[in-house]
Design a protein around this ligand. Sequence first.
Ligand SMILES: C[S@@+](CC[C@H](N)C(=O)[O-])C[C@H]1O[C@@H](n2cnc3c(N)ncnc32)[C@H](O)[C@@H]1O
Length: 286
Amino acid sequence: MTDPLLTIAAALNWGQKQLTHSDSPALDVRVLLCFALEKPDSYLYTWPDRAIEPQQQAVFVDLVARRAQGEPVAHIVCQREFWSLPLMVNSSTLIPRPDTEVLVEQALMLASDHPMLRQAGVLDLGSGTGAIALALASEWPHVRVTGVDVKPEAVELAQCNSNNLKLGNAQFKQGSWFDPVAGQKFALIVSNPPYIDADDHHLTEGDVRFEPLSALVAKEKGLADLAFIATQATEYLLANAWLIMEHGFAQGEAVRNLLTQNGYCDVNTVKDYGGNDRITLGKWNP
Ligand SMILES: C[S@@+](CC[C@H](N)C(=O)[O-])C[C@H]1O[C@@H](n2cnc3c(N)ncnc32)[C@H](O)[C@@H]1O
C-alpha cells in the first residue's frame, strides 16, 4: 500500500486482500484499522471516504502484516471482548472464546437461586484472563467470585482486568486447582480447563498456535483435568450447588459419565452456538 492519502474504504479493501488465510478477513481488518486510527467501528462506517494520515497508514500496514503471519487479532490489539466486557489478553493464557458465554448463561440460570450464593460465593478454576469470573462478578455484584489459575502471569492479567472493570467482588489466586481454596465451600463451581489431546491436529493450526499449551492440553485424551475437577469438586460444593464445565465437542458423553460416577445428579450437556456439545453440568446433592 503506497498511496499516502488512502481512504478508509480503500484501506479496508486492501487489508482484506492481504488476509486470505484468515477465517474472518473483513472483521479482522476492521478491528486492526480501528486500532491504528484509535477510533470506534462506527467511525469506519461514517467516514469511508476520509483519507488516512501516512503515519496511521504505516501502523495499519504493520498490523495487517502481523495478522498475515498468523498472529491472533486479540494479541495484536491486546484485547478481546467477552460478555460485553473489554478484557486485556496476552500470551500467558487462552483468548476467551464466544462459546464460553454459554457456560456463563448456564451459571446465571442455575445458580442465581442458590440460598448460599451471597455468603459462599463462586469458584472459577483455570480463570485465565478472568473472562468467566468477571462476567459472573458483573452480573452478581453482591457475590464474591474467586478465580484460580496456576500461571502467575494469568493471575496478574485477570487481576488487572478486574481492576480496570472495577469489579471489586472478583479476586484471583495463584495455585493448582483447589489448592488456594482448601477447606472452603462454594455455591457454584465453574471451569473451562485445558481439554485438548496433545496429538490433536488443531494445535498446529490457526490462532491456537499462539496460545500456551498449558491452557489447552490435558493428559488422558484431554480428560485428565476435567476428571480431577469432577472428582475433587464434591469436597468444595455446598448441597444443591452446581459444577459446570466446558469441554471439547466430542467429550460430552465422557464428562457426563465422570459426573454421574462421582454422584452428581441432574447431569446434562448443553450445546454451544455452533450446535456442538460444549458444557456439561451436574448438581451436588449428597
Ligand atoms: C482453557 S483456559 C481457560 C481460561 C478462561 N477461563 C477462559 O475461559 O477463557 C485454561 C486455564 O487453566 C489454567 N490451568 C492449567 N492447569 C491448571 C491448574 N493445575 N490449576 C489451575 N489452573 C490451571 C491455564 O493456565 C489456563 O489459564
